[in-house]
Design a protein around this ligand. Structure first.
Ligand SMILES: *[C@@H]1O[C@H](CO)[C@@H](O)[C@H](O)[C@H]1NC(C)=O
Ligand SMILES: *[C@@H]1O[C@H](CO)[C@@H](O)[C@H](O)[C@H]1NC(C)=O
Ligand SMILES: *[C@@H]1O[C@H](CO)[C@@H](O)[C@H](O)[C@H]1NC(C)=O
Ligand SMILES: *[C@@H]1O[C@H](CO)[C@@H](O)[C@H](O)[C@H]1NC(C)=O
Ligand SMILES: *[C@@H]1O[C@H](CO)[C@@H](O)[C@H](O)[C@H]1NC(C)=O
Ligand SMILES: *[C@@H]1O[C@H](CO)[C@@H](O)[C@H](O)[C@H]1NC(C)=O
Length: 491
């Protein structure tokens, strides 16, 4: 049997080794087990006595007491050996009664994200108005039971399974992982920065709620299938936020033999686990903003970003892309925004290619940015790293409005959740030729990664308005103090 050598704190539970603790205790009136036993005996006798007294002429109370004493004395002499056997048998029954259900419940595939979702569908979330929705084990909600998983399959989530078990009666051969485990459900892709961030943000909300508890490990699921990595940008953001590297559990050391079929997998149980499957769903705008405030603050601390130099009043940053959704004529676009920025005292235009910046270079750049200008794309998630009330200007290639569905609005949503101002989008009216009618879905493959042109008059006026607003905002409220100052290690 292969056990993970790395985690020395993991212990294996075994029916034989795990005998009940109380078995060697002497028969004393102060023993809680004895009191319960006596109470139970007494109640049963009392009931019997009542029944008897209805049917037969009343016996003397003394005779009853005598009978009762005899029973207690007998049981005290003989039953403790038996009761320890019984307890063992009971624990073994509890152990065997732990029932594993598929992580992905196909009965709910038509409503995979609704209510209890199709992930761990037999369990409901804890949810207070405006707060994060989560599951936590063990709690009163789980009757003190911990979460156990047999969940290392990477291809079919219905082969993975979960169960709840009492800590004293874990399934045979289960490994108990000590400390706090975060279990994430992401309906989309952990390597997509936007979706990765969405799946992770509720853990930050829980972190705030739980007096800044930090997980020992993360377990990532997509459709019930285990995932072993996430976008590096998201991973580093979490490392900065929690102050510890993100250790992703893959159960690779747990199974006995590669060729074992999945249902011979041993279970892994978690001393403490928190499960998220609703992203930011259910959270109020204030709670969401608090999460992004904390991530921003912790990222700046992690990257040692110092406060801004005094001369910079407005930072305007263009986040550039190469290839898909890049500008057809980048220098022409840059010069339009440069011209408008120059008209505003204390404005500086910065042009960056985020794909070749480190995470900390991005954090620093965004700390200097009040207006970010970018084509729709992953790099725009950097907006959460600007101060609140900063502006986002987003550009789309032709065809997105008609064909891209709600997914095109993700940065509008992120701006709203993180307290930024989404200043609208510019949509290129000119694009590549599509051989089908332009509203045909097949055209999306032509337009998806189209390159973006420009409209000098429109861009100038748009930039002028956004700059004016930012100047007004900056003049009205020059606050450099973080809204989450003092929270979870935030300065
Ligand atoms: C526990 O492990 C032992 C030894 O590997 C094995 O014989 C036994 O069948 C296992 N029990 C269960 C319930 O898998
Ligand atoms: C794994 O199981 C297969 C078949 O059951 C066996 O041939 C092989 O030797 C086992 N490997 C190990 C490392 O135990
Ligand atoms: C930040 O500063 C600390 C202490 O000076 C240093 O240990 C750490 O490596 C720095 N981090 C970065 C990202 O530069
Ligand atoms: C890009 O725009 C500039 C300024 O408008 C223009 O001079 C240049 O010719 C354009 N380059 C291309 C490749 O179209
Ligand atoms: C960053 O990317 C741009 C565009 O791909 C390239 O021109 C530039 O040289 C890169 N910078 C560095 C420091 O690699
Ligand atoms: C943005 O600024 C306005 C005006 O000062 C203020 O009322 C609002 O609360 C700010 N928004 C956020 C998210 O801080």
């Amino acid at each position: 049997m292969n056990k993970p050598a790395s985690d020395a704190e993991n212990t294996t539970f075994n029916a034989n080794r795990n005998s009940p603790r109380k078995s060697s205790q002497p028969c004393s009136p102060s023993s809680p087990k004895l009191s319960i036993y006596l109470l139970a005996v007494f109640v049963i006798l009392f009931v019997l006595f009542q029944i008897q007294s209805l049917q037969t002429p009343p016996t003397s109370p003394w005779a009853f007491m005598h009978q009762w004493e005899k029973i207690v004395t007998n049981s005290c002499l003989s039953s403790f050996h038996d009761s320890s056997q019984e307890l063992k048998a009971m624990a073994s029954k509890l152990r065997e009664s732990v029932t594993f259900l598929p992580l992905k419940d196909l009965r709910f595939s038509h409503a995979a994200l609704k209510g209890h979702t199709w992930f761990m569908s037999s369990l409901y979330d804890i949810h207070e108005e405006g707060e994060v929705q989560y599951q936590q084990f063990p709690t009163d909600h789980s009757s003190g039971r911990v979460l156990c998983l047999k969940g290392r399959d990477r291809h079919d989530g219905s082969w993975n399974s979960y169960a709840l078990a009492w800590p004293g009666a874990l399934p045979d051969n289960a490994t108990l992982m000590k400390g706090l485990t975060f279990v994430s459900y992401n309906h989309y892709d952990y390597h997509n920065i936007w979706h990765g961030l969405s799946a992770m943000m509720p853990f930050v909300a829980w972190h705030i709620k739980s007096q800044c508890a930090v997980p020992k490990r993360w377990i990532l699921y997509h459709w019930g299938e285990i995932r072993t990595s996430m976008a590096p940008w998201v991973g580093t953001l979490l490392e900065a936020t929690f102050g510890a590297p993100v250790d992703i559990e893959t159960f690779d050391g747990i199974h006995r033999n590669e060729s074992d079929v999945v249902d011979h997998d041993d279970a892994t149980c978690f001393e403490e686990a928190v499960v998220m499957r609703h992203n930011e769903g259910g959270m109020s705008r204030e709670k969401r903003m608090e999460v992004y405030d904390l991530m921003r603050c912790r990222s700046r601390m992690y990257c040692n970003v110092s406060s801004r130099e005094k001369g910079l009043r407005i930072g305007m940053t263009m986040l550039m892309r190469n290839g898909p959704r890049s500008f057809k004529n980048a220098s022409a676009v840059i010069s339009i925004f440069e011209k408008e920025c120059q008209k505003v005292e204390g404005c500086r235009l910065m042009v960056a290619y985020p794909h070749n910046l480190t995470f900390c270079q991005q954090v620093e750049l965004m700390s200097l940015t009040d207006i970010v200008i970018s084509a729709h794309g992953a790099q725009l998630s950097n907006m959460i790293l600007m101060d609140r009330n900063s502006s986002v200007m987003e550009l789309f290639p032709k065809g997105w409005l008609e064909l891209a569905g709600v997914g095109q609005y993700v940065h509008h949503w992120l701006a709203s959740w993180s307290g930024m101002r989404h200043e609208g989008a510019w949509r290129d009216p000119i694009g590549d030729h599509c051989p089908f009618p332009e509203d045909d879905r097949r055209c999306m493959s032509v337009f998806k990664n189209g390159r973006i042109g420009h409209n000098e008059r429109y861009f100038s006026e748009w930039a002028r308005n956004v700059l004016n607003d930012q100047v007004k905002l900056k003049t009205a409220q020059y606050v450099s103090i973080s809204p989450v100052s003092g929270l979870c290690g935030c300065k």
